[in-house]
Design a binder for this molecule. Structure first.
Ligand SMILES: Cc1cc2nc3c(=O)[nH]c(=O)nc-3n(C[C@H](O)[C@H](O)[C@H](O)COP(=O)(O)OP(=O)(O)OC[C@H]3O[C@@H](n4cnc5c(N)ncnc54)[C@H](O)[C@@H]3O)c2cc1C
Length: 426
């Protein structure tokens, strides 16, 4: 696909989460005509918030570290403010107390060894995307850490990683994802302080959406047909004709309406997800603090179904967003029951369940697929049949990562010579 277009293109972006809105913003700045199509009646996707008593409570994305430069720049550019919520706390149900989670930074020797291995095997890990480092880090995390005598990395970053929804380390998840997370949250410093956006992460994306010319909410995409002359999308029964299509929805979810190629179907069949629940409730009797990890539930997959972390968005409100992994035999009601039981065992009380959201979280490939080049195959699809793929699968499931990946991909593939200054302004 050519990297330079002389003329404005028309582009449809499927999904108004961080990826889709960041891409649409970048495309608009480069002078292209963009229509964002969102299935829900609201934007922000996994950065959605719920309003309780007039205040926003993040359901998904809620924190970022000062090292998340692209996100920090966007927050500043849009004139939003942010607050340092301090280090996460670790709650010990046995004592009912919590203490700051300040893991020792990696010792000098471990850090030096890690840096050597990184320089030799995956020097681009901190850059947007995952494909560049995937083969080197394909093996399951625990095995990789043991092979390179880096188990300390799991001790420093493991609790935060599992609490953030990326799975328990005794599961067979490739080292790629743990190392990407560790790089993004501050390899040398241990866990970095967490900032949150005042008004919620959703407010950021609502602001981005408000600046875009066309964001269609609550639409149903019924059919996508791609041909040599363009892309035809049936939206709520009416055709939309565009030059290009940007997908931010994982392939398996869009397959029912897509004229998918064999390669797209083959890759979609290999994509896995983690089952994650956010349960928002009014809960009293649990420790103060913005962000609390529940240690015993993080240590092994025996903690599936149980609350691994809870967030108190507003210090003066007892509304907590509690996160737990699900499983085929542990659905939403079962997760809520376990939460109620745990809270009362911890000496607290769950007064009211406001809502529960289930996420098909962190699209990823397994070790064998990464080793066989699944992410390279996904990269090779970029621009094929006028289609581009964004989101957690190629980028990693963190706002900083999906944002950086979206910006770079659009700059690479949609640079418009007439608008280069705008496109490279930040
Ligand atoms: C519980 C939880 C906690 C998290 N915490 C953090 C955090 O603290 N910090 C951080 O950086 N990241 C965090 N994340 C991850 C971060 O929120 C995501 O990586 C990011 O928001 C993903 O954005 P996206 O646009 O790629 O995907 P999504 O946000 O999933 O956006 C996809 C959009 O597509 C829409 N859609 C789906 N199907 C269709 C269709 N057929 N037609 C049209 N639209 C469709 C969806 O409704 C959605 O709006 C968290 C996520 C979760 C779930």
């Amino acid at each position: 696909m050519p990297a330079d277009f002389e003329h404005a293109r028309s582009v449809a972006v499927l999904g108004a989460g961080a990826s889709g809105l960041a891409a649409a913003r970048e495309l608009t700045r480069a002078g292209h005509r963009v229509t964002v199509l969102e299935a829900r009646h609201s934007v922000a996707g996994q950065c959605a918030a719920a309003e309780i008593d007039g205040r926003a409570h993040d359901l998904g994305g809620h924190g970022y570290s000062p090292g998340h430069h692209r996100l920090a720049a966007l927050v500043e550019e849009l004139g939003l403010s942010s607050t340092d919520t301090g280090p996460p706390l670790v709650f010990d149900p046995a004592t009912g107390r919590s203490r700051p989670h300040r893991p020792d930074p990696l010792c000098r020797e471990t850090l030096a060894r890690y840096r050597r291995i990184r320089a030799e095997q995956f020097p681009r890990i901190a850059e947007p995307g995952l494909a560049h480092s995937a083969r080197a880090l394909a093996v399951p995390a625990r095995r990789w850490l043991a092979e390179y005598r880096l188990t300390a990395l799991a001790e420093v970053f493991g609790p935060g990683y599992t609490a953030a929804g990326y799975g328990h380390l005794d599961l067979d998840l490739p080292a790629l994802y743990l190392v990407k997370y560790a790089e993004l949250t501050g390899m040398a410093a241990g866990a970095e302080p967490v900032r949150t956006i005042d008004g919620g992460f959703g407010a950021l994306w609502q602001r981005v959406a408000a600046e875009l010319p066309e964001v269609r909410r609550g639409v149903r995409v019924e059919r996508i047909t791609r041909g040599p002359d363009g892309v035809r999308i049936i939206v709520d029964g009416a055709p939309l004709l565009v030059d290009d299509l940007v997908l931010t929805v994982p392939l398996p979810e869009v397959l029912p309406v897509l004229d998918a190629t064999e390669e797209e179907r083959a890759l979609a069949a290999r994509i896995r997800h983690l089952d994650l629940y956010t349960t928002l409730g009014t809960i009293t009797g649990l420790p103060e603090g913005a962000h609390t990890l529940v240690r015993p539930h993080l240590d092994s997959s025996a903690g599936i179904g149980r609350c691994v972390s809870f967030h108190r968005r507003h210090p003066d409100q007892d509304v907590l967003a509690c996160h737990a992994y699900g499983r085929a035999d542990l659905d939403g009601p079962a997760v809520a029951d376990l939460l109620r039981t745990d809270v009362s065992a911890w000496g607290g009380h769950l007064h009211r369940l406001h809502l529960q959201r289930r996420w098909r979280f962190m699209p990823h490939f397994g070790s064998a697929d990464l080793a066989a080049g699944a992410l390279d195959r996904l990269e090779a699809l970029q621009g094929q049949r006028r289609t581009y793929h964004l989101g957690g699968l190629p980028a990693f499931e963190l706002v900083e990562c999906v944002l950086g990946y979206a910006q770079d991909l659009i700059r690479r593939h949609f640079a418009n010579s007439g608008h280069k200054l705008l496109a490279t302004r930040y």
